[in-house]
Design a protein around this ligand. Sequence first.
Ligand SMILES: [Zn+2]
Length: 383
Amino acid sequence: MKIYIKASVATFLSIVLLTGCSSTVTVSNDVANNEKDTVKTVKNSVYNDKNPPLEDNGENNAVKNENDKDENKDEHSETDIKKIKPNEAGQVMVLMYHSLGDKEKDYVRTVENFKEDLRLLYQKGYRLISLRDYINNEIDVEAGKTPVVLTVDDGNQSDFNIIQDNGKKKVDPNSIVGILEDFNKKYPDFGLEATFFINGGSNVFGQKDLIEYKLNYIIDNGMDIGNHSYGHENLGQKSEIEIQRTLAKNVEFIKKYLPDYEVNILSLPFGARPKNSEKRKYLYKGSYEGIRYNNIGALAVGWRPEYSAVHKEFDPLYIHRVHGSSAKFGIRYWLEYFDRHTDKRYISDGDKDIVTIPEKMMDKIDKNKLGSKKLRTYKLDEE
Ligand SMILES: [Zn+2]
């Protein structure tokens, strides 16, 4: 049984304040300020055919442009920009799930709540993108929409379960993969993207004889597999050799089934990493017995949304995540937060080659992170 480190937000805030880490002050201050706000109870309805999540409830100006977009969208006119208010320096939620179950717990989401999370995300104008595209700043979502990343750790059977249907393999419609697929069939523009972080040393997705089938299924359907170490070790307490051994062994395990697949994103077990910076380097690059790895990103555990990849404070090697659970600062908290603070949220301009931001965000951009993309700024009416 895995034991997880539970850090309270209070502890998180005090660490942030003590270290004076400017990267998190903006967000954490917001958290502190909003802690007193009454968080409205989110209606707990489940999406189904009778209750499609299509209507925008009108609370969110950021996502209301679906019907008024320009037919000739070669270029956005000045008015479009003002209407959409793109902010590609805004924040992105990288959601973290572990398993589905009958009862809501810290690392367990109920099937109903998971479906409701998807319904709310869709209704509020979020669209799935891959973790890889987020890290590489290759975000391709419709103008006015907000990208969101979905990650699933530990390879529990409830994440991807196969059932038999008249002698044929069928994805369990109540497992994460099945629910995502069903939702994507109903709402194709939501996307089908998720990264599953597995431990080769555990019973990956529960059904031992189906490992090969499942790993291939994930990749063939455009989703991703990531490294979560071979034995779910606390990497904060391991030697350089041990770190390299467990990460390389897991790459070797995955490549046994997916020889051409590049495993290059790490989810830190327990969110832990070595304090020593020399040791820490081995999280990102290393080798063991000839197996090499080179991670373009590493994920922490909780507790807040992350910056856009062009933001000065974005660190791909320590990406914060939002709990897909009923934790106090979990997904529902942040969904409401971004309803109230649309200016904090990443809003796409719909053009993957241009990074559009309000002029007042200029000082937040690291121009070196733009790569070949053009930067476009605009003035908000209130500026
Ligand atoms: Zn884990």
